[in-house]
Design a binder for this molecule. Structure first.
Ligand SMILES: [Zn+2]
Length: 346
């Protein structure tokens, strides 16, 4: 089998908007920037969904996981994957990465070996396609933005792959490349895609039905009570508020809309709760935020955990102790006991 036909590329382009400007590259492709997503639970399809919602002015051309190579921005268009004001891309290549480079993201989900094999294949493909030299024309995001970024080494290194090894792996595929053309495919029908074929993956106020019920059950299982309506299949204010509480607690935008990012956070959260509940000492999260002014049984428990007098009243001394506790455990030190803090405490 010719190496060029080892994989095919799925070409599923996000709509123009915040994450896809539609602006053309300002000249021929000069280099490729290697990234990794830093997200343990989102695969290539999830990234398509996320960027297709245009939540941020950020993107990359391709996302690669252990099952596919997915292009979400045409290779002749700009993607925003390196901050414009960073000088290294200009020093090294004489241009901003966003205007003259292809950005490629490695996803963390599934088998690393399978994803990595696709990743190096795709870099070799791009080098062949654009006449680039794997040794000189591939750069890590880390090198371009060393103060803020450590990718893709942040995901290669834990798997024993150094940057040099990565480049030499790309070179091997590049050298073995045999002329044949690469198959670029339109999306397969039935492919996982929350924005189109699976619209129930994004739920919001007034959404109704089985998917909402499912979400409500998930929230309840994760310790968030829905005291008024329970799992009634109706995305009302109670669900909006609870989703917001959850989003705040895990540090994502608290918009009360249940999309794939919130979904993957909740999945992970449920897993961590499950792990904890398998221990006998665990105390389930009461399902509401505990902050200044709160009184009651849960309060005494928290006070014992942070080492202050357990009088059941959340006063200033308790708040200071909670903040100190949060700091010690790398939690957001806001003095509010939400699910994150609670699950570390108990
Ligand atoms: Zn990056």
């Amino acid at each position: 089998m010719a190496i060029s036909t080892k994989y095919s590329i799925e070409h599923r382009i996000i709509a123009k908007g915040k994450s896809r400007s539609g602006l053309p590259l300002t000249g021929k492709v000069l280099f490729i920037v290697a990234h990794e997503t830093g997200n343990n639970s989102a695969d290539a399809d999830d990234h398509f969904t996320y960027f297709n919602r245009h939540v941020i002015a950020s993107s990359a051309h391709a996302f690669i996981d252990d099952t596919k190579i997915l292009e979400i921005i045409p290779l002749n268009e700009q993607a925003f994957h390196v901050q414009f004001q960073k000088p290294m891309d200009n020093i090294m290549f004489g241009a901003d990465a966003n205007t003259r480079a292809i950005g490629v993201e490695l996803c963390r989900t599934g088998s690393f070996a399978k994803a990595y094999d696709r990743y190096i294949w795709y870099f070799a493909y791009l080098c062949r396609k654009f006449g680039l030299n794997p040794k000189k024309d591939i750069v890590s995001h880390k090198v371009l933005d060393p103060k803020r970024r450590y990718d893709p080494q942040s995901w290669l290194q834990p798997h024993g792959i150094s940057w040099e090894r990565f480049i030499s792996d790309v070179k091997k595929v590049y050298n073995a490349w045999t002329g044949g053309s690469v198959k670029v495919e339109a999306p397969k029908t039935g492919v996982k895609d929350a924005a189109t074929s699976n619209p129930e993956k994004v739920l919001r106020k007034s959404s109704k039905g089985a998917a909402v019920k499912e979400l409500q059950k998930k929230l309840i299982a994760a310790g968030f009570k829905l005291p008024k309506y329970g799992a009634d299949g109706d995305y009302g204010n109670e669900v909006v508020d609870t989703v917001k509480v959850f989003q705040k607690a895990v540090g994502i935008t608290a918009d009360g809309i249940y999309g794939p990012v919130t979904d993957s956070k909740l999945e992970n959260y449920k897993k961590s709760v499950k792990k904890k509940t398998s221990r006998s000492s665990v105390v389930p999260y009461p399902g509401h935020l505990i902050k200044r002014g709160f009184c009651g049984k849960d309060m005494e428990r928290i006070q014992r955990a942070v080492g202050v007098v357990a009088d059941g009243i959340y006063g200033p001394a308790t708040e200071r102790a909670v903040k100190a506790y949060q700091k010690r455990h790398s939690l957001a030190a806001d003095g509010i006991v939400g699910p994150d803090t609670w699950n570390v405490m108990f």
